[in-house]
Design a protein around this ligand. Structure first.
Ligand code: 5AD
Ligand code: SF4
Length: 479
């Protein structure tokens, strides 16, 4: 298996040395010349898509394009898309209609579809959506400048090739819409799991892990630029594995977490998403060992019923999941756990739905992302099972799940009243510039009155005085 301790100091030392060289030194030159072509990018779907858009921006900035947040003044409009549910695709199609109008007003504007929808629909997208000029899959972003040139020359730019190797390891993402405090780092791409409801293995291809050196280098670079929190991203982070080609040394996810935690004690580390079948005690022990690894795990259950889990091809059952919950509670007693839940999967009975509700109670999730099942073309479930639960039943079950989760979240947050937390200040609260917002280690949003001298990117201790199902409220205390 994997090494427990992959010469941590060695790796971190090398990264600092390569920083003093060049590898991650150069900031993106955000083009300043007024004749530079401008691109505008919108992102939908998961955090991975938002992170990918930062890679796209970097690729384009490297060849002299300039990023803009004003769609009207852009020469290239890009939309990074999600296919996970039908609704996500509908949203994208609506946005394409809006882009059409911009094209009418400003002929010559290019429109490009990136990401999962590009990959799923391929050439069909160019045929269906006549005004789309570029179709670029998640592994083809390096090709964007070349594809733009092809479109300029009268062609259509399409590359939906899925790679077994691409991890964009050497690309320093251009942080878009950043608060300067928190950032995402993509540590792997693709997914090999084949959950029967999920389109991701088809749109993002095979799982591959990124070079650990480049991940630690990116985290170090972010820390030196003033960032204080990184979230390591992957569809299934627990199956991260990378082998140093020179030494043969193996790095597991637990090892990687440790390496990133060692970048600096003031750099918080989060990660998402964990798969219950792969989440090891080793990862939990690493989390417990480092104060700066946040005590929060997103551990999607999808369903609380073993038969449904089998149909979903999740490869664990209810008991296995409960065992993982117990391990978390034993090893990291102050850890918050969240989940993804699907209601109304093929053949799900009312009793099986009740098992999902009881799992929400049992797991005591701090929050969940909840969906009704949406059949996706080409998935295992679409090929094997009938989508037989009527829409109104799926939606009613979803409402029950949401209602219960809201109660549990409220209870979870109420229990925090009177406690004190170390909070990383992210910026002004949504409602008032007299208040800061930030998160505690458990990923709960905390809102509190500002105090002179404190600014985003700094830590402060907050005592919780009030709580809703979504937010904690408190005040800074002097310790
Ligand atoms: N229908 C509904 N929800 C889905 N998810 C993935 N595929 C589907 C689908 N076909 C949900 C899962 C996953 C989350 C990212 O989206 O809960 O964990
Ligand atoms: Fe989809 Fe399952 Fe992979 Fe998550 S683990 S991306 S739900 S196939």
């Amino acid at each position: 298996m994997y090494n427990d301790n992959p010469t941590l100091e060695g790796i971190n030392k090398e990264i600092i040395e390569c920083k003093q060289g060049e590898v991650f030194q150069q900031d993106k030159k955000e083009g300043t010349s007024s004749d530079a072509r401008k691109f505008y990018i919108e992102s939908y779907g998961c955090q991975m898509n938002f992170s990918d858009s930062e890679i796209v921006a970097s690729v384009l900035a490297d060849v002299g394009f300039q990023s803009t947040t004003n769609m009207e003044e852009s020469d290239i409009i890009l939309i990074n898309t999600c296919s996970i549910r039908e609704k996500a695709e509908d949203t994208v199609r609506k946005r394409l209609r809006v882009f059409d109008k911009v094209k009418e007003r400003k002929p010559g504007t290019l429109v490009g579809v990136l990401g999962c929808m590009a990959e799923r629909l391929k050439k069909k997208l160019l045929e269906e959506e006549k005004l789309v000029d570029l179709v670029v899959g998640p592994d083809a972003y390096r090709d964007l400048p070349k594809l733009v040139t092809e479109v300029d020359e009268g062609g259509k730019g399409i590359n939906v090739y899925l790679s077994r190797e691409e991890t964009y390891a050497d690309i320093n993402p251009m942080r878009l819409g950043s608060n300067g405090v928190t950032a995402f780092i993509s540590i792997m791409r693709g997914c090999d799991n084949m959950c029967s409801f999920c389109v991701v293995p088809f749109t993002r291809g095979r799982e591959r892990s990124r070079d650990a050196f480049s991940i630690v280098a990116e985290a170090t670079d972010l820390y030196l630029k003033g960032y204080r929190e990184v979230t390591l991203l992957g569809q299934n982070v627990d199956s991260y594995k990378w082998e140093n080609p020179e030494t043969g040394e193996k790095v597991s996810f637990a090892n990687l977490l440790e390496l990133v935690a060692l970048v600096h004690p003031d750099l918080r580390v989060r990660f998402s998403t964990s798969h219950p079948k792969d989440m090891t005690d080793e990862v939990l022990h690493t989390m417990a060992k480092y104060e700066n690894i946040c005590k929060y795990i997103h551990l999607p259950v999808q369903s609380g019923n073993s038969r449904v889990l089998e149909l979903m091809n999740r490869t664990y059952d209810r008991d296995w999941y409960i065992d993982r919950l117990n391990a978390i509670n034993r090893i990291i007693p102050d850890c918050a756990i969240s989940s993804d839940i699907i209601t109304g999967f093929c053949t799900e009975t009312e009793t099986e739905h009740q098992d999902t509700l009881s799992m929400i109670e049992l797991a005591n999730y701090s929050m969940s992302y909840m969906f009704f099942y949406s059949e996706r073309p080409g998935t295992l479930a679409a090929r094997k099972y009938e989508d037989d639960i009527p829409l109104e039943v799926k939606k009613r079950r979803l409402q029950e799940v949401i209602r219960l989760q809201t109660q549990i979240s409220f209870r979870h947050n109420q229990k925090d009243i009177g406690k004190t937390f170390k909070v990383l200040i992210e910026g002004d609260s949504k409602k008032s510039d007299q208040e800061f917002k930030g998160r505690n280690s458990q990923n709960k949003m905390v809102v509190f009155p500002k105090k002179e001298g404190l600014k985003p990117g700094e830590y402060t201790i907050v005592k919780i005085t009030d709580a809703t199902s979504a937010t904690l409220k408190g005040e800074i205390i002097n310790i």
